[in-house]
Design a protein around this ligand. Structure first.
Ligand code: UDP
Ligand code: MG
Length: 316
């Protein structure tokens, strides 16, 4: 149980990219939650990830009207993970809540996250009891969560996403992780600490279009796998061993037949073509997997910062 002599400060970090349609409702529902819990000092930091619509202007107007809302502007669209990292690095508070802007993560759950934190949990994960996505998006998400739990180097809980709360100590630990390809749920688990869970129902996006395209989600899933697992490399080794073993066995078979005086077949064009294509394919996949790791190593070596902050507020 955490005790505070002054109200604890809780920051809400929300990356926003072209979210003008959903912002009015987000502000209104967040403010309602803040008003209902005056025992906490609230601040919402909206990280504008290079929006091309009225997002920045709307946040600025809200910040002028209600000082509990703040705007952090990046110089361009760096992507959700980078924007989240920017918010976590720049936001103050004894604890930080991380959430999406589109109200798929309902702000009304935030007090439950804070309550769990005040009970002593350092990292509180909001766990989806249900989700609303359908079609290929849903299929991909289920597939990812099903597989990822098995391939990751340490257990990463299924059915959790960005939504959650981290104590200052956990945030500082996370901010010290320098890696460029960030998979937030994995990093959050990686830092450890005492964890807590709050169940919730994931809603439909309140307004606007998903800003994470399928392509971005696939890249994000790959980041999760390649950042937290050597399994792809290990699989290649296994496949290599298997194929070499097979080759050896087939070779032995023909040698023995020759020694026994059985005529070796002259035909076998189909077999040959199939084998050549198969081995060629496996080798290319191998190079591709190596490339995934190599590209990531290259990104790390370049040491570029994750994001750039635009200090001057942009004119609307
Ligand atoms: N977002 C962002 N930068 C991007 C894409 C998305 O900051 O390049 C934000 C977006 O505004 C939202 C959150 O990331 O607050 C999640 O995006 P979305 O709802 O489109 O993704 P999904 O719910 O499909 O994961
Ligand atoms: Mg969403």
């Amino acid at each position: 149980m955490r005790r505070f002599t002054v109200p604890p400060a809780v920051g809400i970090v929300i990356p926003v990219f072209n979210e003008e349609a959903v912002l009015p409702e987000l502000f209104q529902r967040l403010a309602a939650v803040f008003d209902a819990h005056p025992d906490v000092k609230w601040a919402a930091l909206l990280v504008n990830d290079g929006s091309r619509d009225q997002t920045a202007a709307l946040v600025r107007r809200q910040a002028a009207a209600d000082p509990r809302f703040k705007l952090l502007e990046l110089t361009r669209n760096f992507g959700f993970q980078a924007a989240l990292a920017a918010g976590l690095a720049e936001a103050g508070g004894d604890a930080l809540v991380t959430m999406d802007a589109d109200l798929q993560d309902p702000p009304e759950i935030i007090p439950a996250l804070v309550a769990s934190w005040r009970e002593g949990a350092d990292v509180v994960r909001a766990v989806r009891r249900s989700r609303q996505e359908t079609g290929p998006r849903r299929f991909g998400m289920d597939l990812f969560h099903g597989l990822f739990g098995r391939v990751a180097d340490f257990p990463i809980e299924a059915n959790t996403g960005t939504f959650g709360l981290m104590d200052r100590a956990a945030v500082d630990a996370l901010n010290r992780l320098p890696e460029r390809h960030r998979f937030f749920p994995g990093l959050r688990t990686w830092v450890g600490f005492t964890s807590g869970e709050v169940l919730y129902d994931r809603h439909q996006r309140a307004a606007g279009q998903p800003q994470q395209t399928m392509g971005k989600l696939v890249r994000y899933a790959l980041d999760g796998v390649f950042s937290f697992s050597y399994l792809p490399l290990r699989l290649l080794t296994y496949v290599g061993i298997f194929i070499s073993g097979l080759g050896f066995a087939v070779g032995l078979f023909f040698i023995i037949r020759r020694l026994l005086g059985v005529e070796v077949a002259q035909t076998g064009f189909t077999t040959l073509v199939t084998l050549v294509l198969f081995i060629g394919g496996v080798q290319l996949i191998g190079i591709g997997v190596l490339g995934e790791y190599l590209g990531r190593i290259y990104d790390e070596v370049k040491q570029r910062p994750l994001y750039v902050v635009r200090r001057e507020p942009r004119q609307p």
